[in-house]
Design a protein around this ligand. Sequence first.
Ligand code: CMP
Length: 138
Amino acid sequence: MERTLSIIKPDAVERNITGKVNSMIEDAGLRIIAQKRIHMTAAQAEEFYAEHKDKAFFTSLVDFMTSAPVVVQVLEAEDAVARYRKIMGATNPAVAEEGTIRKTFALSIDKNTVHGSDSPESAKREVSFFFSEIEIFE
Ligand code: CMP
């Protein structure tokens, strides 16, 4: 079994569609083994997205992710990282496949509804960024 870190982003929380996103996650065979609603500080968002700090979109990414609450989750499944990335769809919803979360709900490349870890190594870092082991129940 593998874990991945999911964030349901401000655009989805504001539209009150976290349950709809969770249904798609569960229908894809992923189990939500931890979940909480938080409002990220700028310092937290900057650290979480540190790998993007030299990108042109970094400031707008941090502004967006701190604009309203998000739901952070730990998902578990066989090949959870790849399985979640498949159901999320492409970063840019304009090119995401039909039936994916981003094709269904995302508004733009920034307001793209969900984040998922991009590798098992990132997943370990990202899960422990938001959760301690005593908050995760398998
Ligand atoms: P996410 O998976 O959360 O990781 C970084 C985010 O930056 C990404 O989703 C997008 O929402 C956002 N972003 C904005 N512009 C770009 C871009 N040109 N390429 C990749 N990510 C972008």
